[in-house]
Design a protein around this ligand. Sequence first.
Ligand SMILES: [Zn+2]
Length: 199
Amino acid sequence: MSLTAEVIRILGERATHQINFNLGRCRIDPTAFSRVQSMLRSESIGVQTDPDLPDRARYDRNGPTLFLWSDADENQIRSDADSKALIVHECVHVITHAQASRAIDGIEDETVAFLAQTLYRLAIQGYTHQGSGERGGDYSRTIHHFRDRPTGRIFDAAQQIVFDHEMLDQTACTPLFDRDVERLREAIRAHPAYATSAS
Ligand SMILES: [Zn+2]
């Protein structure tokens, strides 16, 4: 199996199809992920490793190409929920780029990408319904533990949106508004990696 085939497979997973929300001009839902699958199948987007990326991924709109960390391989990805969640994050950038009629604001782009990444990760973790026990389990506890670090703050804020809106308790699209994502936006703006795109 190639990296491209693995990314296509992830986008067809049940956890990916549980991501369904809209914010402003962005609608992140199963139909949007299916479109990314088609773009990958027709090779209008490439998937490659990047020797200069030790532990991250990025979407280059000028390829257009999804670049994965230098030693990414399909077997490692398949067995690692965090790697798959990161790929879902990058595929959201493909969606926002395709949906936005003009360039989307960098912070807005990251807001929807981090929210989708968190939804996927919680869905994989086995998010439990409200009233039937703890939500998010081990993953949620880890996020909470690191909530004072820049990256932890982002995921803590994203997770709170998922819980507040019971986003994984329903299949319908969750409409989100600016006030709902304010804390997540602030956490992204405060992160050193994204501070420069806060315009
Ligand atoms: Zn991103």
